[in-house]
Ligand binder design. Structure first.
Ligand code: SF4
Length: 324
């Protein structure tokens, strides 16, 4: 089982220091003690409201943000371990571990042509030196663009096409693992399914492993094998996709699921609508005990005092809640 795991993250913490007032700094607890693994060839969906730490988590496991503490193992090699002071040189892993960004227009250099954007990744890793142009054309075709697009600039494309360029750039270096950071949330609904289908086809064709980040559970339902739900820097539930939708256990997951519109208004939902009061608290001053207690309809006295442990409550189903 262990060797089937491509990425193993143990107790990942990521804090940022920010200026709170003119002469005072504060600590943002963006990711707090998060542990999980991703198996080869699977898609782990990571879901939560904005500010829950999901994007920071994605970037931290790629070491685009340096973790504050914890341990990251990629394909059996430790690439970060704060206890043993291991910080592996990331250059060889950059090729294997790629990212597709949320906002394609911001992630593509406006002064570079499509061929330069996709070719840059090849040049950095010294790939396809002999047949660089053929490789770029092949990648453009694979993402639904063509050779004629290669000399144009990003602003000449629609949002969906820009995201296809971002995907071609990620694919160029033949990665094994891709963090898809809300890759469709900036796109028109009509385009979203096309991009998701393309990512799924590519996964099958190239044996890719994905971490697919989204703020909405309905988006990750079809693409994810397992889903992790995050709230205010913590992972609160993790289980296979089917069980998450059929038998969510954490009150926060229940509230997210109960808010998804039903496709047919005549259908009655088994899950009562759980409306959360208040806003997600600040990660600078996260609440004591369970971070969700101020908004949880089931909160008890213990919840504001003691932090619940993230534990396996049934085979492969992890939850952090005192009442489960
Ligand atoms: Fe709600 Fe308490 Fe469970 Fe937190 S630990 S989710 S506050 S019941």
């Amino acid at each position: 089982m262990e060797d089937n795991k491509l990425l193993v993250c143990d107790n990942i913490v990521k804090h940022f220091t920010v200026k709170e007032t003119f002469n005072k700094t504060a600590t943002v607890h963006a990711v707090e003690d998060v542990s999980f693994y991703i198996k080869k060839g699977e898609t782990l969906g990571v879901v939560g409201e904005s500010g829950c730490g999901k994007t920071t988590l994605g970037r931290t496991i790629l070491r685009l943000h340096e973790p504050t503490s914890g341990r990251i193992t990629y394909d059996g090699e430790v690439i970060f371990d704060s206890e043993k002071n291991i910080k592996a040189e990331m250059y060889p892993y950059r090729r294997k571990m790629q990212i597709i960004f949320q906002d394609p227009s911001a992630s593509l250099d406006p002064r570079m042509t499509v061929a330069e954007i996709v070719g840059e990744a090849l040049d950095i890793h010294g790939l396809y030196k002999e047949n660089r142009r053929d490789r770029i054309n092949e990648l453009l075709r694979r993402v639904g663009l063509n050779q004629e697009h290669s000399n144009r600039y990003p602003h000449e494309f629609s949002g969906g096409q820009q995201q296809r360029i971002g995907i071609a750039r990620a694919l160029a270096v033949e990665p094994e693992f891709i963090v898809c950071d809300e890759p469709i949330s900036a796109l028109d609904v009509s385009i979203q399914a096309q991009i998701v289908n393309m990512l799924q086809d590519m996964q099958e064709e190239f044996g890719l492993t994905y971490m697919f980040i989204a703020h909405d559970l309905s988006v990750v339902k079809h693409i994810s094998d397992r889903i992790a739900v995050m709230y205010l820097g913590k992972m609160v539930e993790l289980v296979d996709s089917k069980r998450l939708y059929e038998n969510p256990l954490h009150p926060y997951t229940k509230s997210l699921l109960s808010a998804i519109p039903l496709p047919d208004p005549k259908l009655t939902r088994s899950l009562k609508r759980i409306k959360l009061e208040g806003e997600i608290p600040s990660p600078i001053h996260p609440p004591k005990g369970c971070r969700f207690h101020e908004r949880c309809p089931y909160a008890k006295d213990i919840c504001s005092e003691v932090e619940p442990e993230f534990r396996e409550v049934e085979d492969g189903h992890f939850v952090s809640c005192h009442i489960i």
